[in-house]
Ligand binder design. Sequence first.
Ligand code: 5GP
Ligand code: MN
Length: 342
Amino acid sequence: MQQWNAFYELINSPQKRVVILTHQNPDADAIGSSLGWKLYLQKKGHSATVIIPNECSANLRWMPDFAEVITYDQNVQSQAHSKQVIQDAEVICCLDFNALHRIKGLGELALASTATKVLIDHHLEPESFADFVFSDTTKAATAQYVFELIQQLGDASLVDLPMAQCLYAGIMTDTGSFRHGSTTPEVHLAVAELMKTGLQVNDVHRAIFDNNTLSRTRLLGYVLSEKLTVLPEYRTVYMTLSLEELKRFQSEMGDTEGIVNYGLSLENIVMSVLIIERRDEIKLSFRSVSDFSVRDLAHQYFSGGGHKNASGGRTNTSLKATTELLLSVLPEYQNELLSVKK
Ligand code: 5GP
Ligand code: MN
């Protein structure tokens, strides 16, 4: 209650310089919740700047005010600019992530700042770095949480079409277009309110999902036909992609997003893993259905974490060694995998 009153005072105080940060490889919830929150803060009379650690995929750049977003690692100027904006900030809002080390250089700048810090997130186990912590794993998306906070602040009437487009993009994608178990009545109620602004949900869906380049579509076809291995004894599917293959398909940032989900569409499959060779690390994406949690696997063996049904991790070895590591730990989870009801 005390926290809420102080937060209410902060939001309703005269103009503050606010910076909004979100996670590495920002997805639609990261960008959508950040821009929705920024547009709201501007309506409250604050100045707000969104900084993303690295580039996002092209299908998210249509969002209102995206042109104003600073991409930290774009060049020396953007790094210097980010540094200045963070140093000048009175308030730093961290959206859709819970640990400053996950945003590398930007996180260090934020940690060094004495600005009031606000965390709005829906991942498990938040780090304790913020003065105001809104961390709730029952929220399907950070964008849903942002909308509900705006409602609780008594400002639902300020939500307009551009804000609704940003927030809807985050909710739609983080719920897998309203099919994941995280899709609660509250999610649909939030969407119903957003639609009252004149939001055309089909436009948002098309902008995000029906804007693939031909090479991205061919990459998906290649992975599904050539690179997908089914392990029925573990009810698991895994796919691998090397740097060379990504280059061959002229893969751009975000092109591999969503590929891992195709593994779960197979009958009887409970877990899907995508292993990708990046320039500086091997990145893993884990997805599961029902009661099988991929979080423990990602955390224990791949220095990662995330949600029960969607986690990520990494190694500093090779694609081959990472795949072998995965195969070597699967027996540990076999009983659990076999007992899951799909
Ligand atoms: P993705 O496979 O899309 O990269 O990640 C899936 C989910 O796991 C996302 O919610 C993401 O935030 C989370 N995640 C990915 N990598 C990590 C990690 O290294 N640590 C933690 N705690 N979460 C991660
Ligand atoms: Mn999210």
